[in-house]
Ligand binder design. Structure first.
Ligand code: APR
Ligand code: PHB
Length: 390
């Protein structure tokens, strides 16, 4: 039998960041992770960090490598047809975004937890959250068939979209909102220099494409694909050929291709669950909400949840004040819905839908032309892209 103050289910970026922040304030945590560390670090996700997230990483004492190795992006490029234009975040908002892979964020968090002697249990099976509506919640699980039990004050459900935390909230309390998009993103990582200093988001008649990057010799490219496609259907050559059909001519000329070192397909989904708190259980990150990757808000929405929950728990432990944890769900959701709207809008703006009519295409083009020609529209885009205030 073990006891901790905050039991954290899930050792992805949400769970690790919360654990790291709380630990630095002397609040004890245990993280339960279903997989191994190598497995978690093998997942390739987006690489755009909002300033709020960057500050939270620094506050958690894990900003050093990020500050040294990341790239600051003051703007982005959007292309459609033969048109292309830039949106400068800095001019419109005074801030920028930071390019640093989620894999690196997660690695830094694991390193920090390990050097602080943080408790992380890997390979946990059958995690069950009990009595979340009482003052004495507990968790049962097993590792290699050996049953375990943790008593705690609070449970943070940071176990991603497929986790068990969300489902612990009874059906009659929980309300879910979902939109599934009729296409996926095929992504590759290649050890080639990025095609441009900035990201290029491309709307083309052949579908969406994105040119992104990790560092000076590591590029990340995506193309919209059919949901019935599998990775085996796409050779590297086929990928590069299709990417070239979709990005601006000037980029095609500069594009350096090479073998892929990772290739994967991700479906696109918008999803929110309400409420994000049930008794002493708090949902954070992908456990509570999913955005399509257009705009790179996945990790950043997880970060604002952690910000609100961390501050709420600190108030509780330091001042016996429950107002922060009581407001958690409403505060987190207020920001989440705006990020959901932005990701949904950007997805609609840039993709080809199987059932799009001529009218729909005209609307999309009008939206793009308005954005290209209107400073205020660019300002709205920039404010959302760099991240709304916490
Ligand atoms: N018990 C323990 N751990 C679990 C369980 C379970 N029943 N179910 C899932 N997990 C673990 C997963 O193995 C994963 O490592 O919870 C972790 C959840 O991590 P993420 O899915 O990365 O979610 P989160 O930490 O909220 O990160 C949000 O990261 O994953 C991206 O797209 C996501 O960018 C978003 C951000
Ligand atoms: C990425 O670099 O993986 C990336 C960047 C921007 C996005 C999505 C993904 O909108």
């Amino acid at each position: 039998m073990m006891r901790t103050q905050v039991a954290i289910v899930g050792g992805g970026p949400s769970g690790l960041l919360l654990s790291q922040l709380l630990d630095r304030q002397g609040i004890d945590t245990i993280v339960l992770e279903r997989k191994t560390k190598d497995y978690v670090l093998g997942r390739i996700r987006a690489g755009i960090l909002e300033v709020g997230f960057v500050e939270l990483m620094r506050e958690a004492g894990v900003g050093a490598r990020m500050d040294a190795e990341s790239y600051i992006h003051d703007g982005t490029i959007i292309s459609y047809g033969d048109e292309q234009f830039g949106i400068n975040f800095k001019d419109h908002t005074g801030t920028s975004v930071v390019v640093y892979g989620q894999t690196e964020v997660t690695r830094d968090l694991y390193d920090a937890r390990e050097s602080a002697g943080g408790k992380i249990e890997f390979n946990t099976e059958n995690v069950v959250i009990h009595d979340a509506k009482t003052d004495a919640p507990f968790i049962t699980y097993s590792v290699g068939g050996d049953p375990r039990h943790i008593d705690c004050d609070f449970v943070a459900g940071c176990d991603g979209f497929h986790g068990i935390s969300r489902k612990t909230i009874p059906d009659h309390v929980r309300r879910e909102y979902e939109k599934v998009y009729p296409f996926g993103w095929l992504g590759i990582l290649s050890e080639t220099p990025p095609v441009d200093d900035e990201l290029i988001y491309a709307n083309s008649e052949h579908g969406f494409a994105l040119c992104s990057m990790r560092n000076a010799n590591l590029s990340r490219y995506y193309i919209q694909c059919s949901l019935s496609d599998s990775v085996e259907d796409w050779t590297d050559d086929a990928f590069w050929a299709e990417l070239k059909r979709r990005i601006p001519k000037s980029a095609v000329e500069k594009l350096v291709t090479g073998p892929s070192i990772e290739k994967s397909i991700a479906p696109l989904r918008s999803f929110v669950t309400e409420p994000m708190r049930w008794g002493r259980l708090f949902l954070c990150g992908d456990a509570a909400h999913i955005v399509p990757p257009t705009g790179a808000k996945g990790l950043n929405t997880a970060a604002s949840d952690i910000h609100y929950l961390y501050r709420g728990l600190l108030q509780y432990y330091q001042d016996k004040d429950t107002s922060g944890i009581d407001a958690y769900s409403d505060r987190a959701l207020a920001r989440i819905w705006k990020a959901e709207r932005f990701s949904w809008w950007m997805t609609n703006l840039l993709h080809r839908y199987p059932d799009q009519t001529e009218f729909d295409l005209k609307m999309q083009r009008a939206d793009l032309e308005f954005l290209r020609s209107n400073k205020e529209a660019q300002s709205v885009m920039a404010q959302n892209y760099v991240g709304l205030p916490y």
